[in-house]
Design a protein around this ligand. Sequence first.
Ligand code: C2E
Ligand code: MG
Ligand code: MG
Length: 406
Amino acid sequence: MAEKRARLLIVDDESQIRDVLHDFLSQSYDCVALNSGEDALALLSTESFDVIISDITMARMSGLEMVPHILNLSPETVIIMISGRRTIEFAIDAMRAGAFDYITKPFDLSEVDAAVRRALDQGQLFRDKLTRVSGNDENSVKQLRRAVDNEEFVVYYQPQVDIESGNIVGAEALVRWKHPELGLLAPADFILLAEETGLIVPIGAWVLRMACAQARKWREAGLLGFRIAVNVSPRQLQQGNLRETIVQTLNETELEPDCLELELTETSMMQNAESEVEILTSLREMGLKIAIDDFGTGYSSLGYLKNLPIDSVKLDQSFVKSATTDPDDAALVMAIVTLAHNLRLKVIAEGIETEDQLKFLRLLRCDRGQGYLFGKPAPADPIEETRHARYLPEARYVWSYSLPPT
Ligand code: C2E
Ligand code: MG
Ligand code: MG
């Protein structure tokens, strides 16, 4: 007997995109295509779908507005958003609200294919986790509190490479939750809840301590000029004693301040009150480095960069992803790198996955790179073991990346 085909609902008010998606996906799935969020919700009240692919901006009910209704009407449906570069923040908000994934325009059909497959493979597991963990109910808050008390977290590290020399010059610390029942959870599953409940403050302090201690170990093992990057949430910055926490942690772990880089997102930088800018300024005076994370995804003008106490910008992965395929994005990346350099800021490119992307960024004299090409985030131990390995295309962890000849 033939296997049951998955059912897909495509929602987009741009008829061309809708038709292309419908034609392409109908080769493998049973598809229905509609042109508004309202029509989609009407259909969902009587029919069920495995996956919904929806445009984020639409005239009659946006994709973002649809998410909570879909979760209500049809909790088993997995949602993928389609967003433009300018509306990427909405797509991220939709993911926070419960969407599974997003695709940015312009996309090619292989990306759509991969996203749908992922949604069908892992979407259900994701939905289970979502309802069990990030539904801001009493139980999930209790679980997260318990996790803080029991230190149910682990820090993964992702190498950062000097694009010119190919040397490993640092690593970003990325937290994971070792959930006793659900297994290893990514930040997307719990950071928002941690922010909302304020639990990000103790979690962030714990990550900082682990990361600094690890950086100290690596320096002792001979990695010189090595810097550890730690994400700082707006909540930690607002809370006031960030400076004291950092000073104490550096003392306890005996790490030099210039080996620590703090990453704050563009949006949280923009929200900053004067007192918060002062904290960052004083940390910089101590020798710490400050970077703007996910740069380019906010709506801010570039002019504000010159007024902030920062050392570098981390170019968001969405730009890196499309820079080698879309000339407009390539031009944008070029402009950002030039502007940042003129303001004496370093540029770190995130999400480098291919040699082509690396070549392009190297041509622009982008300073540092991070991405799956060099190594995925991993626990400290396996990274430690392969610290001296040379880059092989199939190697997972790379601590000495030899660049291809120019
Ligand atoms: P981020 O700081 O922008 O971190 C980069 C994210 O991109 C990581 O996701 C990393 O695994 C992923 N990434 C790196 N290279 C590639 C690549 O080549 N391709 C693709 N597709 N992805 C890549 P992760 O670990 O899931 O973290 C997600 C976000 O959670 C982080 O984004 C950061 O905003 C937040 N986060 C992680 N750890 C912490 C923490 O300790 N404190 C706070 N406040 N936030 C954290
Ligand atoms: Mg970061
Ligand atoms: Mg980032």
